[in-house]
Design a protein around this ligand. Structure first.
Ligand code: NAD
Ligand code: DAU
Length: 339
């Protein structure tokens, strides 16, 4: 019998990398991608798969039960597993307006859970974030047992969706698993996020907006490593469990900015300190011991190799960058940074 994976948000940054990984590494599986194509969804990321009979794109919204049902219908009769990426994902946008985050991340997740239960899916991987744990001081790491203390409307909406998944497991014995990953970087990331934004701006000798003192710390993971971790959880994780995913790769933002500028041969004088992000979490750092021990996953890419790879990718994708930075993004950029 055929085996299908329904991926939500597969036209976004991590989702499209994951769809490519599945198509490459699991040649017996069919993949259905349900995506509503918000500003962050881009089918260009998947153009190489357009004529592949194992891949189907369904244009639809996870908030609409009829759209979700159509995506399940496209999966056919065999066993179905769900990997749920679709979300509003940018913290600054959630500060500007929280409602779309509640609608997609909370309501959309419940709609997807209900239909997934009705279809008796074999597994449901909910892709969450380390931001649900809040912020760390100078020491320590987030474990799966850290308290849930989200600080932004984005992370609060993700935490709410995690709780709905947990409730489905507890109440309905639903076979869901939750992953919580740190900051990703790599190909196809929308240039509102720090690393692609700074590569795009610096390449054009535009200033690099650094929030506050630039000393907020993030734990960076190459997107392919994250996708491999999700596949390990999908195939070998225990239902009902939470798995943290991270690369033990912490840097203050300023160090990232200077490193990318050096990689591009651009001067530090492009750095512009701007008003801090309201409620800006100071430090994230993941203890990924559980997924390493239980599932044997480890990141394969070091920062030394994957950051230059990422810079080269964006340099070679000038046309892609131009196309995703359309009118709507330019308006958002002007509101956010005042120019
Ligand atoms: P992204 O913003 O690049 O992509 C989100 C995708 O979801 C887009 O293709 C968009 O069109 C789609 N989408 C949005 N609303 C939808 C809706 N209502 N119905 C259907 N599709 C919809 O996001 P990303 O950075 O790839 O993140 C993917 C997931 O991973 C998110 O759930 C995010 O919370 C989580 N995550 C991201 C990171 C990171 O560093 N980017 C780290 C940890 C976890
Ligand atoms: O930790 C996982 C999370 O990582 C994901 O859940 C989110 O979806 C993803 O967007 C990301 O959230 P961050 O807020 O950490 O990522 P962002 O790229 O927006 O910012 C990274 C750091 O850089 C953060 O400390 C804010 C800072 N920053 C960001 C931008 C866009 C700047 O200093 N200047 C900027 O212009």
């Amino acid at each position: 019998m055929s085996h299908s994976v329904l991926v939500t948000g597969g036209a976004g940054f991590i989702g499209s990398n994951f769809v490519h990984l599945l198509m490459r590494e699991r040649p017996d599986w069919n993949v259905v991608n349900l995506d509503s194509l918000t500003y962050a969804g881009n089918l260009e990321n998947l153009v190489a798969l357009e004529n592949n009979p194992r891949y189907r794109f369904v244009h639809g919204d996870i908030r609409r039960p009829a759209d979700v049902a159509r995506a399940f219908d496209a999966c056919g009769k065999g066993e179905i597993r769900v990997v749920h990426f679709a979300a509003e994902s940018h913290v600054d946008r959630s500060i500007e307006s929280g409602l779309p985050f509640v609608e997609t991340n909370v309501v959309g997740t419940q709609v997807l859970l209900d239909e997934s239960r009705a279809r008796k899916v074999a597994r449901f991987v909910h892709v969450s974030t380390d931001e649900v744990y809040g912020s760390l001081g100078e020491q320590g790491f987030f474990t799966e047992d850290s308290p849930i203390q989200p600080n932004s409307p984005y992370s609060a909406s993700k935490a709410a969706s995690d709780m709905l998944v947990r409730a489905a497991v507890h109440t309905h014995d639903f076979p869901a698993l939750i992953t919580r990953c740190s900051n990703n970087y790599g190909p196809y990331q929308f240039p509102e996020k720090l690393i692609p934004l700074l590569i795009a701006n610096a390449s054009e000798d535009k200033s690099i907006p650094v929030y506050g003192d630039g000393m907020n710390v993030r734990d960076w993971l190459y997107v392919e490593d994250h996708c491999e971790a999700i596949l390990a959880v999908l195939e070998r994780g225990s239902a009902g469990e939470v798995y943290n995913i991270g690369g033990h790769n912490e840097y203050p933002n300023l160090a990232i900015v200077k490193r990318v500028l050096a990689e591009l041969g651009k001067p530090d004088s492009l750095i512009r300190y701007v008003k801090d992000r309201p409620g800006h979490d100071r430090r994230y750092a993941i203890d990924a011991g559980k997924i390493e021990r239980d599932l044997g996953w480890r990141p394969r890419h070091t920062f030394e190799v994957a950051l230059p790879l990422t810079v080269r990718w964006y340099q070679s994708q000038h046309a892609w960058l131009q196309r995703v930075r359309n009118g709507a993004y330019r308006e958002y950029y002007a509101r956010q940074y005042g120019s």
